[in-house]
Design a protein around this ligand. Structure first.
Ligand SMILES: Nc1nc2c(ncn2[C@@H]2O[C@H](COP(=O)(O)OP(=O)(O)O)[C@@H](O)[C@H]2O)c(=O)[nH]1
Ligand SMILES: Nc1ncnc2c1ncn2[C@@H]1O[C@H](COP(=O)(O)OP(=O)(O)O)[C@@H](O)[C@H]1O
Length: 214
């Protein structure tokens, strides 16, 4: 999708983070964004969690065993990594810096721990969005309705939801995912406004210099 706000001047890409308690809908929102906005690409995480039915290696995650993950940690291959639900998840460094320099954005589906780490490392480039479910009951219905996890896994995710929600104030924006389309519209508005931030529009310096010359 062409964005008239960013077509004319060069800008630096941003790191757009979507977090939520499991089941609130961040994957749904992320997929919609990727499908309609060519300026943003997904950061594909590495995980030791087993692949779910329908997931694709290298598209949803890079699925690795624990020794491989540990080796990547030792080799400093991750921007950040964390333990979530008894598995390891990490953001590989490869390609991200290059994309940002070229003015393309990177979308992250990571938890609050990863968000804190990325924010500490790259504050100016990071935009943090937290997605909340409209209620705990609805969260339970969504996790069950997704049909990808066992009853035990769902119970564990529900138990963790309260702890995850408690990190809501570590985010720049909080959006309630009641109805998908209206939540998606809000997320797009946030992205559009953040792309226009003066500090990201590196082309502005020359533009203003030209305007004010003579
Ligand atoms: N810190 C961190 N968290 C991640 C990463 N990748 C995924 N996560 C988080 O790990 C949690 C579990 O993800 P997943 O197993 O795909 O379950 P889902 O969120 O229920 O679909 C979610 O909160 C993700 O945002 C990563 O690279 N780093
Ligand atoms: N606004 C919504 N209303 C109803 N169902 C939703 C909504 N958003 C997402 N879902 C459904 O809820 C389930 C969990 O969503 P998902 O995007 O996988 O969550 P997350 O990535 O946060 O774990 C999926 O089956 C999805 O289709």
């Amino acid at each position: 999708m062409a964005d008239p706000t960013t077509d004319t001047l060069h800008r630096r890409g941003l790191m757009f983070i979507l977090s939520s308690p499991s089941g609130a809908g961040k994957t749904t929102i992320a997929r919609k964004l990727l499908a309609e906005d060519a300026e943003i690409a997904m950061s594909i995480s590495v995980t030791t969690r087993p692949m779910r039915p329908g997931e694709v290696e290298g598209k949803d995650y890079f699925f690795v065993d624990q020794p491989t993950f540990d080796r990547m940690v030792e080799e400093n291959a991750f921007y950040e990594w964390a333990h979530v639900f008894g598995n390891c998840y990490g953001t590989p460094k490869a390609h991200i810096r290059e994309r940002l320099k070229q003015g393309s954005d990177v979308l992250f589906d990571i938890d609050w721990q990863g968000t804190q780490q990325l924010h500490q490392k790259a504050q100016a480039d990071v935009v943090r969005v937290f997605i909340l479910p409209p209620s705990v009951e609805e969260l339970g219905r969504r996790l069950a309705g997704r049909g990808t996890d066992s009853a035990e896994v769902i119970a564990a995710r529900m138990a963790r939801a309260q702890a995850e929600i408690s990190h809501w104030d570590g985010y720049d924006y909080v959006v309630i995912n009641d109805e998908v389309e209206s939540c998606f519209a809000k997320v797009k508005q946030i992205l559009a406004a953040e792309r226009m931030r003066r500090t990201r529009q590196t082309g502005l310096i020359d533009f203003v210099r030209n305007l004010t010359r003579g």
